[in-house]
Design a binder for this molecule. Sequence first.
Ligand code: ADP
Ligand code: MG
Length: 251
Amino acid sequence: MNDLFKELGLTSLAKRLPQVLEQARQGQPSYETFLQQALQAEVDGRKQRAQERRRRAAHLPTTKSLEAFDFSFQPTLSPALVQDLAGLAFVQTATNIILLGPPGVGKTHLGIALLVKALEAGHSALFTTLAHLVEALEAAPTQPWRHRLRRFLKPQVLLIDEVGYTRLTAEQAHQLFELVNARYEQGAIILTSNTSFAEWGSLLGDEVLATALLDRLLHHAEVLTINGRSYRMKERLPTINQANQAQGVLA
Ligand code: ADP
Ligand code: MG
């Protein structure tokens, strides 16, 4: 029987067969129900494998969830708006999500959490940082530009993290513009940045290019500005305050 499974490519059913048979021995289903259960086992296994493939292809540096995000720590951020985004309409409408704020306020956390939601719903996604993105676009100049770009065009959701830490060369700035332009109204971008839009001119080294890029990026976009405290300092602040008080310094 294993040969038949192999020939038909029913690898999931082959793996789950002992359970499927055990279930049938106990439940004594009709022939129809048994066949249905067996096929369902194959379908479930395929879905799971596809999910795992998508997840690996997304290159998440770590996993985060919306459920683990403490909204009470960031009162300037609307939980309703984030929950609404988690409904994933933005993927269908190719609406961008821009997360702005100082370090540690949860921009990457929220970006990854939304990416995870998209993956779970069956969308393709890719995580990258701006530094890595421009490096990858520049690398392998022997490869045609279209090929290099394709990797960042194909995923339905592209998360570009840490925009603002890297100043771009003229070539890199132009390539970033090309990417944003190619995804415009085609595929959603989630972008995190500690840099206000006014500073993008110096980030890209070109005011005119920055204006054109922001024009496309922000035409269909949800901008979330988080003005709160750093969560990374949350645990450390009380200790720092105590140390300061011990030294007679006003905290
Ligand atoms: P940013 O990208 O804005 O610099 P991160 O998203 O990397 O910040 O957050 C820093 C760390 O703090 C991460 O481990 C993240 O999971 C956690 N974190 C940040 N904000 C929250 C929050 N409101 N609730 C729970 N964890 C948070
Ligand atoms: Mg970050």
